[in-house]
Design a protein around this ligand. Sequence first.
Ligand SMILES: [Zn+2]
Length: 119
Amino acid sequence: MTTVAHAPIQVMTCRGECPAAARYPDHHELLLAVDRDPEALLALLELAVTWHELDYTDEAVIGPAGWLDFAATHDWVFPDRAERAFSLAVDIVGRRIAGTGAAADVASSLATVIELVRS
Ligand SMILES: [Zn+2]
């Protein structure tokens, strides 16, 4: 029997190219559930809260820089909830950055991201 590469069904919901699905298939799948699964939502918020405390450089996770794009380029069962989840997560990470003195940049990028997610 030939082994066929497993293609997660969620990938089919991606519009156009989705680098996240190729690079981080497991985290991609988890993030796709944030609008339906409390565990996935909590995992996203935990990641946001700990982003500046733990070292994620070797972890196969999609970082905050990709969250708003991710929210904007995927289809959701509950779009409003997905938008709130990713906006909140980005806001959490941004608040930590703001504490280091880069507040203006963070506010600017947050505004851009929120605009992206809402469009
Ligand atoms: Zn995707």
